[in-house]
Design a protein around this ligand. Sequence first.
Ligand code: PLP
Length: 510
Amino acid sequence: MDAKEFREFGKAAVDFIADYLENIRDDEVLPNVEPGYLLDLLPTEMPEEPESWREVLGDINRVIKPGITHWQSPNMHAYYPTSTSYPSIVGEMLASGFGIIGFSWICSPACTELEVVVMDWLAKFLKLPQHFQHASDGPGGGVIQGSASEAVLVAVLAAREQAVVSYRESHPEVSESEVRGRLVAYSSDQSNSCIEKAGVLAAMPIRLLPAGEDFVLRGETLRQAIQEDVTAGRIPVICIATLGTTGTCAYDDIETLSAVCEEFKVWLHVDAAYAGGAFALDECSDLRKGLDRVDSLNFNLHKFMLVNFDCSAMWLRDANKVVDSFNVDRIYLKHKHEGQSQIPDFRHWQIPLGRRFRALKVWITFRTLGAEGLRNHVRQHIELAKQFEQLVVKDSRFEMVAPRALGLVCFRPKGGNEITTQLLQRLMDRKKIYMVKAEHAGRQFLRFVVCGMGTKESDIEFAWTEIESQLTGLQEEQSLLARKSGNMADLTQHFQIHLTTENATHEKSQ
Ligand code: PLP
């Protein structure tokens, strides 16, 4: 493909994307295909001869789009939002155009330095403590990871290496392998699955401590667990708290957790993958309480900041702790400016060597929407969730399961897990809206999350009508069944009486 053809293909692709996003309400949010649908449609070998891009673009419409779950649809209410925006899409395109790998400053100075700039912009926008900024006097700073899972893993691995070094300094008689075998980490039973996975990958058990009835992990629970472990000779390493749990968007108590972590010299990481966007709002300032005492935190721009996947911001109070843990060098990776403050080599802050130019899409998005545009976006999601909450509260057939938090409403039809499952199944079969279930203390419930591009009040009304009318349908079916089984019972009783009378007459006549 030459530049001329690229221009044609690229322009057609931009038109395709704009048409797709503009008309996204026309498609059901869930695809109507069965497993293996695409395997049956595509050849098993790649084409020997080049094909025209027009044919390929045609096939995107014909075979790919039917198998797409429309995450940007306003009728998407599952998981948490995965945001995108036109500026971010253009940023992604330009980054691909440059085609760089920015693992060290010299590999593309703009890649590293733009990341430093946007991470400091973001830290200020979210009103994070000053020590998280690259521009601060200390060793703190921010980096863009691919996902919250990677950010958590980086924190867990760095904390583990720090703990091994510091324990061996004070206990040189204990072998390194023994120290490693005694390490332990903590999180809540409400935390995301990626935290348990980080423990598996880091070969360190993570104790999932019980969050209370209100889904919140507090310092007292952590203290008890740490004390048990210390008594048993284990070495506490890190606690991963969550601000905005996946199930109910609950906020762990960072102030009491940080006090315990400081007392026992345990690393405190905060996973604010979704809720971090609300740090920017004055009306949500309570969420930031205690953040001045945490060692690291992450927030997914690809959830709440209109930047498309993948883009997960991570800040470290002391980046040297990560760099020292991960620093593996080769002569071909060296350059004359390395080690200078203000010019990090981000390869030491992450798992892979290569790194994408993600800062470009962040910069373009922030500049074209502005801080006010970003704040409005978060506020809009909160307002729409409030609208949905009102509809739930007004309908006596439903109950709230947890307080609404940001753009998430947790609710269920009254009557238990069975009806909740049946209702969700009906909604999934109809494919008009997409939600998922969660569970706490044996109670299953539905999670309604405001997602999608340009979601409006009318979209929330549409979703609510779909949910409540399907519950009506389900209840009608159930009462019909109950009536039928009541009739059957009447009929059986009638026959039993009849048979008994007949038998009695028969016995008498004998
Ligand atoms: N943490 C929380 C609280 C989440 O809700 C999620 C995903 O929804 C994650 C972590 C995982 O995010 P990622 O897919 O970026 O690894």
